[in-house]
Ligand binder design. Structure first.
Ligand code: OOG
Ligand code: MG
Length: 255
């Protein structure tokens, strides 16, 4: 029997809360893209009810490397909360995760309220800062496998993120050379231009998506532009470093 949108939202939220996998929704029933975003929104309501606060939004599959790694070829967006936020240098408690993966990203801090789709040449005017970032994704689905609708419903696998130092809005974020190291070993290298040819284009894209969804980006909102490289699995004991030329290094570890 088909589950309701609310039942699916609750199942995904408890899977995240209890660090346990659940079956892909699409194996049992067909849901539309609109349903998937509605499930995401409802599952986040449970987090807010537990006291978590919305901090911002993220894009997913904005680079070819990510699309190919996960077999999904459309841009998706998800919600970030303060419960997912870690300081650079902090340890991630492994019991909170299922099969986490880390990926290097570029982050934006909104400086001026945005209630419309902005253009690329005005993007920096709306910023308070830019930063390097690490995102930890942790699909709630078995074997990290999902369809486009599945991953959207699961809030785009969002589970943790950390920023490097915030830099002024006019700091160059394009063509930033990136190196992801785990335990001193280089696991991924790339360039921030892998993100839609320019991470600022991801900011433009999110303003368009938010406008279409009637969401206003308030001052202080954080944005993750999407990973520039494929993601790497992380395990207890790992020390993770994201090096970004011209931006600060971000560190995380797993305990
Ligand atoms: C979905 C999340 C994708 C990104 O940066 O592309 C994402 C996933 O890969 O599990 O966060
Ligand atoms: Mg990401």
């Amino acid at each position: 029997m088909n589950k309701s949108i609310k039942e699916i939202a609750d199942t995904l939220d408890s899977a995240a809360l209890n660090s346990q996998t659940t079956q892909q929704v699409s194996l049992n029933q067909t849901i539309s893209l609109d349903d998937a975003y509605e499930i995401q929104k409802m599952s986040l309501e449970n987090r807010y009810a537990r006291g978590e606060k919305l901090t911002g939004y993220k894009l997913g599959f904005t680079s070819k490397a990510k699309m190919e790694q996960m077999g999904v070829h459309d841009i998706i967006w998800g919600r970030l909360t303060d419960g997912m936020q870690y300081e650079s240098g902090q340890a991630l408690p492994s019991e909170k995760f299922i099969h986490p993966r880390v990926e290097p990203e570029i982050a934006f801090l909104i400086g001026k309220r945005i209630d419309r789709a902005i253009a690329l040449d005005e993007a920096t005017d709306f910023l308070k800062g830019v930063a390097s970032a690490l995102e930890v994704i942790d699909s709630r689905y078995e074997n990290f496998k999902f369809s486009l609708e599945d991953v959207i419903a699961d809030n785009c696998s969002s589970s943790a993120y950390a920023f490097g130092d915030w830099m002024p809005p006019n700091t160059e974020v394009n063509h930033v050379a990136i190196e992801l190291k785990i335990n001193g070993e280089t696991k991924q290298t790339g360039s921030s231009s892998a993100i839609l040819d320019n991470p600022l284009a991801a900011l433009v894209e999110i303003t368009r998506l938010m406008h279409d969804n009637g969401i206003v980006l308030e001052e202080g909102t954080v944005i993750l532009a999407g990973a520039a490289t494929s993601a790497e699995f992380i395990h207890p004991g790992d020390k993770i470093e994201g090096h970004f030329v011209g931006l600060s290094t971000v560190h995380l570890s797993v305990e």
